[in-house]
Design a protein around this ligand. Structure first.
Ligand code: SF4
Length: 478
């Protein structure tokens, strides 16, 4: 068995570990023996222990660490945390223990004992790292390029041709559905007597418009299959129906769908898989949806009570905060939706509870939003430690230009007030100013049509005047 073979190699390369593990009568003694084994390393490299025990920290201390130090610190962390029990939110709160040394002890003493080949391989590499026989190998630029070149890119001529073909096919289906009355819109309709060519030309023009894609986003498995030329297998369709029954929202805009191929020439087989996996949900996600617990304890917010990181927040659904310097702001706008639902979304918890969703009309800002925005700005203004605001959602750029402008203007004015009030404060009493604003968005991928001249002008204006308010970095974070 592979795991036995790796284990034998591990023990052969580390006879002292082999002896220590065999001599230990129980797992506690094994952990203690391992501590004795690694202690001389830290005596010889006190900076590594100083970093591990947080006596020294910061960039300079980190830069002093060697590749072997990383390994030694990792082993020490195993030792220090051996036997601790954690609630695993991946397992719906089941308790799991952490004790890698126990597995090593069981393996040396009784065979492989509960661990798999990957654990033994990892441990073999860990000891090589600590002893310096495994050197760190960073890929160079050329190597990275070679890896990237293994996959076709969206900028390859051939891929562009396939995608144009996909787009034309989807446009034709949309035209048919508009004519059949299956898709209805006051904005997107054809005039009397238009020829098929004229309709195609008009719809091709609509394709450049964000609203067209949001209006005709596909929300049902049946429509999805039709748009994909009925190419989805029975198994995939079953999966999509199951997802629907489990309450998983479906929202795929026509542009994003045009990145999925219905037939592929040999060179491009599987080239759309990463994109496809965002649309076709996995069995595991479907099973878990509805049971997903908040990943970050700080995301559980109750009115008037501090969250797990100790922050009392001014509103329940508009702010997340874990660190003193950073706040995550979620506006009550269409920004609570996204251009599609990513299977890997960390916010699945919020989608599940409906705080993030795809009901675009209902998400339009309500009368209470300006007051809430003011409340958030007051909170930011009074905060003495905050430097970085991440505006997200959902997806920050799903907000309309008007909403985006209002939010950015409010942030700018707040940052300006902070800067000015700092002027009157004596040294030692000055508060942190806002130095970075980030927009969390995936729309450059989901729906690049959203990046319009008008939007760029709004962003450029904020970037330019933001510098006067001390905002040194304005970042689009995808
Ligand atoms: S765009 Fe972001 S928030 Fe929206 S589904 Fe994808 S990962 Fe989640």
């Amino acid at each position: 068995m592979k795991s036995h073979r790796i284990l034998r190699q591990l023990l052969k390369e580390n006879p002292e570990i082999d002896r220590l593990m065999r001599e230990a009568n129980d797992k506690e003694a094994a952990v203690e023996a391992m501590r004795q084994w690694i202690t001389p390393y830290f005596e010889k490299n006190p900076h590594a222990m100083a970093y591990y025990s947080n006596r020294e920290n910061g960039r300079e201390a980190f830069d002093k660490l060697s590749w072997s130090d990383y390994g030694a610190i990792r082993l020490m962390d195993y030792i220090q945390n051996a036997g601790r029990i954690f609630e695993d939110l991946n397992l719906r709160g089941d308790l799991v223990g952490s004790n890698p040394i126990k597995y090593l002890w069981m393996a040396a003493k009784h065979g492989t004992g509960g661990a798999n080949q990957h654990f033994f391989y990892d441990t073999l590499m860990l000891f090589r790292q600590i002893k310096g026989t495994l050197k760190r190998k960073m890929p160079d630029r050329q190597q990275l390029q070679e890896w990237m070149d293994r996959h076709p890119s969206g900028l390859d001529e051939e891929i562009m041709k396939i995608r144009k073909h996909n787009r034309d096919r989807i446009i034709k289906v949309i035209i048919e559905k508009i004519e059949a009355g299956e898709l209805k819109s006051r904005r997107y309709q054809f005039g009397e007597g238009m020829s098929p060519e004229q309709k195609f030309l008009l719809a091709s023009n609509w394709w450049k418009d964000t609203n067209f894609h949001l209006k005709f986003a596909i929300r049902s498995p049946k429509m999805l299959n039709e748009m994909l030329n009925n190419s989805l297998s029975t198994k995939t369709m079953e999966l999509l129906h199951e997802a629907r029954e489990a309450g998983l929202p479906s929202f795929v805009n026509p542009y994003y769908l045009s990145l999925l191929n219905v037939s592929e020439p040999g060179f491009a087989i599987g080239s759309d898989l990463a994109i496809r996996d965002y649309v076709i949900y996995s069995k595991q996600l479907i099973k878990e949806f509805g049971q997903i617990v908040a990943w970050e304890m700080e995301d559980i917010i109750e009115p008037g009570k501090p969250n797990a990181a100790g922050w009392i927040l001014p509103t329940i659904h508009n702010l997340h905060r874990r660190y003193p310097e950073v706040a995550i702001m979620i506006p009550d706008t269409v920004g609570r939706a996204c251009g599609g639902l990513c299977v890997s979304c960390q916010r699945m918890y919020d989608f599940q509870s409906g705080h993030l969703n795809f009901n675009l009309d209902k998400l339009k800002p309500k009368e209470t939003w300006p007051q809430k925005l003011q409340k958030l700005m007051d909170y930011f203004e009074e905060d003495t430690q905050l430097r970085d605001i991440l505006i997200t959602g959902g997806d920050a750029l799903m907000s309309s230009d008007k909403s985006m402008q209002t939010i950015l203007q409010a942030v700018y004015e707040m940052a300006m007030r902070k800067k000015e009030s700092n002027r009157n404060l004596p040294e030692g009493k000055k508060i942190a100013e806002i130095t970075r604003v980030r927009l969390g968005t995936r729309l450059p991928v989901f729906l690049p049509q959203r990046i319009t001249k008008e939007l760029i002008a709004i962003l450029a204006d904020f970037e330019q005047k933001g510098t006067q308010a001390g905002i040194k970095q304005f970042v689009i974070q995808t």
